[in-house]
Design a protein. Structure first.
Length: 167
């Protein structure tokens, strides 16, 4: 995510929301790679569910980014404060493994190993969203809070699946 040239490190709400949409798309690609690479029909079905959830999140972030763009220069595109350097760095990092890497690796992973990788991805995204939530405009926080809850729910669901698979 590039900073604007006039104020070092400053990003707009629209830029943050678009990056979150990109991160959700990375999640879509991650789960597609898992689906393409696994030998397990069960993991393919699991990946399909999470692909749909990540697409829903991506689409919602893009809607909010458009709203922020429409309010450009006003409060709708203003962050509550400049993002701290560590948060800007998190936005620049890839949260999950690229599709091709996970596709190549998936055939060697057991169902439980695949679930553990997914669990780490969901947790990382929830933590990043939590870091960013307070910086976006108030009217967009409710949705981000909902996505955070969904990501933690995905993690809890995956933990339950791992427990069931290891009994």
């Amino acid at each position: 995510m590039a900073a604007s040239s006039d104020t070092e490190g400053y990003v707009t709400a629209s830029q943050v929301l678009r990056r979150l949409a990109d991160i959700e798309q990375e999640g879509v690609e991650f789960y597609k790679g898992l689906k393409e690479g696994t030998q397990s029909e069960w993991i393919r079905a699991f990946a399909d569910k999470l692909i749909r959830a990540e697409k829903r999140h991506r689409d919602r972030f893009l809607i909010y980014a458009e709203k922020a763009d429409a309010a450009s220069g006003g409060d709708g595109d203003a962050l509550t404060a400049p993002l701290p350097a560590q948060v800007r760095q998190l936005l620049e990092k890839r949260i999950v493994a690229p599709r091709e890497r996970i596709r190549k690796s998936a055939p060697y992973a057991s169902d439980v190993e695949a679930l553990r990788v997914a669990l780490r991805a969901e947790e990382s995204l929830a933590l990043l969203l939590t870091e960013l939530r307070e910086y976006v405009p108030k009217e967009q926080r409710r949705y981000i809070s909902r996505v955070i809850k969904e990501e933690w729910a995905h993690k809890a669901h995956i933990e339950k699946l791992i427990e069931e698979k290891t009994r």
